[in-house]
Design a protein around this ligand. Structure first.
Ligand SMILES: NC(=O)c1ccc[n+]([C@@H]2O[C@H](COP(=O)([O-])OP(=O)(O)OC[C@H]3O[C@@H](n4cnc5c(N)ncnc54)[C@H](O)[C@@H]3O)[C@@H](O)[C@H]2O)c1
Length: 296
């Protein structure tokens, strides 16, 4: 992860400070507000780069090239450089990115350096699993409060926290300084819970309940729906089958293989296609054909 590599693409110009072609990073930490125009898709990818960088820093890697980082994150290196260009000058030409510095830069852009206190409502099957997951802390999210309506659960310990009654949600979430509220209740309770979270001052809600939640304009809701993710996988799988069939026909006719939907040449899947480099990701996880990394 430390070999130098020649600059290319927009980096090579070294003008706009878009990547490894830029001058060495200044120590100046930009305010997060400077990043508000970053496109949503880039924000999602930045979070992914951050995860990869976290794994690299845990293994003591100091410098990473854009190709290596891009490969581990499952994106093309041009896209990676474009994404990182939103953060201002990064990296050193011919050397690569300083892992810790880039981590700090992305954390700043994502507002993670401020830290987030999270409260979770609904400590059932899903809520318990989330409450026991140790990975949030590593990424700047401190689970600070668990709430449930079931008297049998209130007072019990889940993970490191004692479950509180939902009747205390408004006052306790405010007192805890919660910035994010997670809704893991049945759908019929989700809107009420969301309203209480909003009254407590929470401005970001992550909901697992399968309904749309009404919130005031200043509050953002993100809904997680695994069924939707599986539907996307189903669609991609059907499309890739189609492309493989077309590529098979083209091979038979002596026509070169077509490009896949993400720019990869379509060929029969094999273990060697676990990632663009044929390597497992930094977490030992496989990079899927559509570019996402499956975390262990
Ligand atoms: N998005 C997804 O991919 C996905 C996947 C699985 C489940 N879910 C959804 O997540 C939610 C939780 O699922 P689950 O399997 O953990 O359900 P569950 O029944 O095991 O747990 C729900 C918990 O919410 C508590 N609760 C009920 N009303 C409440 C209220 N008013 N205030 C506080 N707590 C209250 C219950 O006491 C229970 O502990 C459901 O809405 C489910 O549809 C979503």
């Amino acid at each position: 992860m430390t070999q130098p590599h020649p600059p290319q693409g927009e980096d090579a110009r070294g003008t706009a400070g878009t990547g490894e072609g830029a001058t060495p990073d200044s120590e100046r930490v930009a305010p997060s507000s400077q990043y508000r125009d970053i496109p949503q898709a880039t924000v999602t990818r930045l979070a992914n780069y951050l995860r990869v960088l976290g794994s690299l820093s845990e293994t003591g890697t100091l410098i990473v090239s854009s190709e290596e980082l891009a490969s581990a994150a499952g994106v093309g290196s041009a896209k990676l450089r474009k994404d990182l260009s939103f953060l201002g000058p990064n990296g050193v030409r011919g050397v690569g990115y300083d892992v810790l510095r880039l981590q700090a830069r992305i954390e700043n852009a994502l507002g993670l350096d401020r830290g987030h206190r999270v409260v979770l409502v609904g400590v059932g099957n899903l809520g318990r699993a989330l409450a026991c997951y140790p990975g949030f802390d590593r990424r700047g999210f401190t689970l600070s409060g668990l709430f449930d309506a079931d008297p049998a659960l209130v007072g019990s310990t889940v993970g490191d926290l004692v479950v509180r009654g939902v009747d205390r949600l408004e006052s306790d979430a405010r007192e805890l300084g919660a910035t994010i509220g997670v809704v893991a209740t049945p759908e019929d309770a989700a809107q009420d819970v969301c309203d209480v979270l909003v009254r407590s001052g929470v401005r970001s809600v992550l909901s697992f309940a399968p309904i749309e939640l009404d919130v005031p304009e200043h509050v953002e809701v993100r809904r997680v729906d695994l069924a939707v993710e599986m539907q996307v996988l189903s669609f991609n799988s059907a499309r890739n089958d189609e492309l493989l069939r077309a590529a098979g026909g083209a091979h038979a006719a002596g026509i070169p293989p077509t490009r896949g939907p993400l720019g990869s040449a379509v060929s029969t899947p094999s273990p060697a296609r676990r990632s663009r480099t044929g390597k497992a990701g930094p977490l030992g996880s496989a990079v899927t054909r559509n570019g996402s990394v499956i975390a262990p």
